[in-house]
Ligand binder design. Structure first.
Ligand SMILES: [Fe+2]
Length: 167
């Protein structure tokens, strides 16, 4: 059995009861770039070329939501899912492609019930140009930071099978 073997930590998603203040902190103090949001409920920010390294979910509690590790390539999602299944770990959602960030993402719980995302193919943001590197699956060119709707979380049409806000 091949190990899941992520190649790096990619991003962290937090739920914050003071989401707007937290976003402002990242933008104004740490100088992160805003790259997208989902109806103002989730805001994506980056300090490098990844579409997001932090995702702030504005909800009435404050805690970690998930941590995300990048896999080497898209074929690794099947290896990861099979390896997790062999270890008795079910997928919570996915792998499927997001709209914001366009990453292919699968989610599962770690032993402490922290949600772990395994992903590939995340959009790359070019701050000097203010848009995301063109990729074949983009429907908006040039794809500048924008607001996505809650109903369009999944580029392939599947519904989330778990409540991201409750996870
Ligand atoms: Fe994520």
């Amino acid at each position: 059995m091949t190990a899941v073997a992520p190649v790096r930590l990619g991003h962290v998603a937090v739920i914050s009861s003071e989401g707007e203040r937290l976003v402002k902190f990242y933008e104004e103090f740490l100088r992160f770039w805003y790259t997208d949001d989902i109806q103002g409920i989730a805001t994506f920010l980056t300090c490098n070329r990844d579409h997001h390294v932090i995702n702030v979910v504005n909800a009435p509690e404050s805690r970690l939501h998930h941590i995300a590790f990048e896999l080497k390539d898209t074929a690794c999602h099947a290896v990861a899912a099979d390896s997790l299944r062999a270890a008795g770990v079910k997928q919570l959602w996915g792998p499927s492609r997001h709209t914001a960030g366009h990453n292919i993402a699968g989610y599962h719980y770690d032993p402490d019930r922290v949600i772990v995302e395994l992903y590939t193919e995340m959009d790359q943001f070019i701050p000097e140009l203010g848009f995301h590197e063109p990729r074949p699956w983009h429907e908006h060119l040039p794809m500048r930071p924008r607001t996505w709707q809650l109903a369009e979380l999944n580029a392939w049409g599947a519904e989330f099978s778990f409540d991201l806000a409750q996870g």
